[in-house]
Design a binder for this molecule. Structure first.
Ligand SMILES: O=C(CO)COP(=O)(O)O
Length: 214
């Protein structure tokens, strides 16, 4: 299972979380990656953990003040990017443009979506993976696999109907190893989570618990 920890804009120590994630990834069957704030990509990548951007712009080098370029995040050490997170929704054309930008630097890509219909649309754009995250469950601690497992099943079917090669992750409310196993049993290839690790008193223990049953 792929475990992608999105640090959002939480006030955690990204290097502490990344160091723990690297250790847990090395000593378990899970692949754990961290998506920190853009400004922390370099220090996070230096820990050796797989490092992702939370977003990249469709823009290339040029007069684009405020843009987070795929090229800049790649130079800092990122190897993948989230796109269209529910807290940073994009227009369809911008998702497509950002996927092109990600392709320029050979990034892995995950396009987030709220439901199966959006998963199908996102899968049609050709990312490596889509992630279904019902916004109403984000940050609640109630996992989508428990609140409405059909959301995950339907997302898996919707992505496969469009493109079998697109992986499906699920997220929202995931914080325990039991939640990760439930996601796997529903057909997900990975999980996307945030507060269960970024807001934990002991991020290393939270990460160990997440991958323990895998
Ligand atoms: O938005 C999420 C991951 O990108 C999910 O957040 P939580 O894990 O805090 O519910």
């Amino acid at each position: 299972m792929f475990v992608l920890v999105n640090l959002k804009a939480y006030p955690c120590d990204p290097v502490e979380v990344a160091t723990a994630a690297h250790e847990v990834s090395e000593s378990s069957d899970a692949d754990v990656a961290i998506a920190p704030q853009a400004a922390a990509i370099e220090t996070v990548a230096e820990t050796g953990v797989e490092t992702w951007a939370q977003h990249v712009s469709p823009n290339e080098h040029g007069s684009h003040t405020g843009s987070t370029l795929a090229e800049a995040t790649a130079e800092a050490g990122a190897t993948g990017t989230l796109l269209n997170h529910s807290e940073n929704r994009l227009k369809l054309a911008d998702i497509d443009g950002s996927l092109d930008a990600a392709e320029r630097v050979d990034f892995d890509t995950v396009v987030c979506a709220n439901n199966a219909e959006q998963v199908a649309a996102a899968a049609a754009l050709g990312p490596d993976a889509v992630a279904v995250e019902p916004p109403e469950l984000i940050g609640t601690g109630t996992p989508v696999s428990q609140a409405d497992p059909d959301i995950v099943r339907d997302a898996v079917d919707a992505a496969a109907a469009v493109d079998e090669s697109v992986d499906v992750y699920c997220g929202a409310g995931i914080s325990t190893g039991e939640d990760v196993v439930a996601a796997e049993e529903l057909g997900a290839d990975g999980v996307l989570l945030a507060s269960g690790v970024a807001k934990a008193d002991d991020p290393q223990a939270a990460l160990e618990d997440l991958v323990d049953p895998l």
